[in-house]
Design a protein around this ligand. Structure first.
Ligand SMILES: *Cc1c(COP(=O)(O)O)cnc(C)c1O
Length: 431
């Protein structure tokens, strides 16, 4: 069934959407058109409230339309929408990011995660004078040319190897290796170490479903890049300020005593407005224009409304918020495991901090998913059935088996109970 509003949208926009995964391509049916959102719920245009597990794909850490965030944006809007000139609020947001993460000295704001990672790659090439980039299959770093090969997220959902329109040159400069395979990285460095500018990796992979780094993987990337004079770019656009106050690095690298050269942030950092950032030591960051020779710019970068939303979101994202989300993730994982097992549905629930997703089907001997090949081997048809049963019960999941479920600080016991009942029913529908 195709809704009228979707048919109308499809006539004037490719696929009827502004970003591919929204089109429900892999689960079938028409996407839910949203009228408004508040707390843990989104309201459709036909006035049906849905318990929302998409959370705008990550930004809605505090829940939708948190009054303090809306008020900060409203006040910023009353002073003007965009100046194309520096503001004090940008400095304050940069200071806040630096103090929460540690290990970084300077921040450059962009409007999207895509730009942040694209710029980090350019900066790494500028800093090292080398061309090659290593990325991992199934990791998504936005839609810039050099990072689209074997990307996760919507590219995975659509089952594409990459994208048309990327030149062979751009593709040839990107070495794609299996995630969690340090030996493969070691081999690549042994063969072409003096040409590799950077390794770019999701801090914990969450765009092929949730696939945490195996212990020692990220630290091993740090060691190998250092040994060969390459940079380590840790992409925390998704995990940053979501899995802890200092992102995935705050759960891992900080304790282990190592730090990537560059971080990228986005999603939560903008609190639902278009804002992202790259960050690192002054020595590297000052290679960016206007101080250094690596050019990057943006008409709307550091937009005052986006900065207000980000600053207020991060100010409110205290330890209580992370504890609440962690506890909910623990309970929801338990519910999923229990209900799917009861119904005899083969599955694996995977976690990276408070991020979780379900891989459908047995997998080899029920082994965890550690890379993209494993993730692609899942039975996505089971998910499509599960997804639509949940939707019929008023629960909106990410419309792809390759995406994480997003929890907010206002997902409470009442929401857990609803999820429990709905998951029990959906699990039976799958079986
Ligand atoms: C979402 C995401 C991006 C891209 O950010 P956009 O704002 O969508 O351009 C990059 N890296 C990771 C890890 C992401 O999850």
């Amino acid at each position: 069934m195709t809704s009228n509003e979707f048919a109308e949208a499809q006539r004037v926009m490719p696929g009827g959407v502004s970003s591919p995964v929204r089109a429900f391509g892999s689960v079938g049916g028409s996407p839910v058109f949203i009228e408004s959102a508040r707390g843990a719920y989104v309201m459709s245009t036909d006035s049906t409230p849905y318990l929302d597990m998409v959370g705008s794909w990550g930004p809605a850490l505090l829940g939708h339309a948190r009054p303090e965030v809306i008020e900060a944006v409203r006040q910023a809007a009353s002073r003007g929408l965009s100046f194309g000139a520096p503001t004090r609020a940008e400095t304050a947001l940069a200071q806040m990011i630096i103090s929460r993460v540690g290990g970084i000295e300077k921040v450059r704001f962009t409007s999207t995660g895509t730009e942040a990672v694209m710029t980090a790659v350019r900066l790494a090439r500028g800093a090292t004078g080398r061309d090659l980039i290593i990325k991992f299959a199934g990791c998504y770093h936005g839609h810039s040319d050099s990072l689209l090969a074997a990307a996760g997220s919507g590219v995975a959902t659509a089952g594409l190897p990459g994208s048309a329109g990327v030149t062979p040159g751009a593709a040839a400069d990107t070495l794609v290796l299996p995630y969690n395979d340090l030996a493969a990285v070691e081999e690549a460095f042994a063969a072409r170490g003096d040409q590799i500018a950077a390794v770019v990796t999701e801090a914990a992979a969450a765009n092929m479903g949730v696939v945490p780094p195996v212990p020692g993987f990220n630290a091993g990337l740090r060691r190998l890049t250092s040994e060969h004079g390459a940079l380590l770019i840790q992409d925390e656009v998704l995990t940053g300020f979501r899995v802890s106050s200092a992102g995935w690095w705050g759960l891992e690298g900080r304790d282990e005593g190592w730090c990537p050269d560059l971080f990228t942030f986005g999603k939560v950092a903008g609190g639902g407005m278009p804002l992202a950032a790259l960050a690192g030591p002054a020595e590297l960051m000052d290679l960016l224009a206007p101080v250094g020779p690596v050019y990057q710019a943006g008409t709307l970068s550091g937009n005052p409304l986006a900065v207000a939303a980000g600053l207020t979101t991060l100010t409110l994202a205290d330890s209580g918020v992370y504890a609440t989300i962690d506890a909910f993730a623990d309970q929801l994982s338990g519910v999923l495991t229990t209900r799917l097992t009861e119904a005899g549905v083969p599955h694996r629930v995977q976690r990276a901090g408070s991020l979780l997703s379900v891989f459908w089907g047995e997998g080899p001997a029920g082994a965890p998913v550690v890379n993209y090949a494993d993730a692609q081997a899942q039975d996505t048809a089971l998910f499509a059935t599960f997804f639509h049963s949940m939707l019929d019960q008023g629960i909106l999941l990410p419309p792809s088996a390759f995406e994480a479920w997003f929890i907010s600080a206002v997902h409470t016991d009442a929401e857990l109970e609803r999820l429990d009942a709905a998951i029990a029913t959906a699990a039976k529908a799958v079986r």
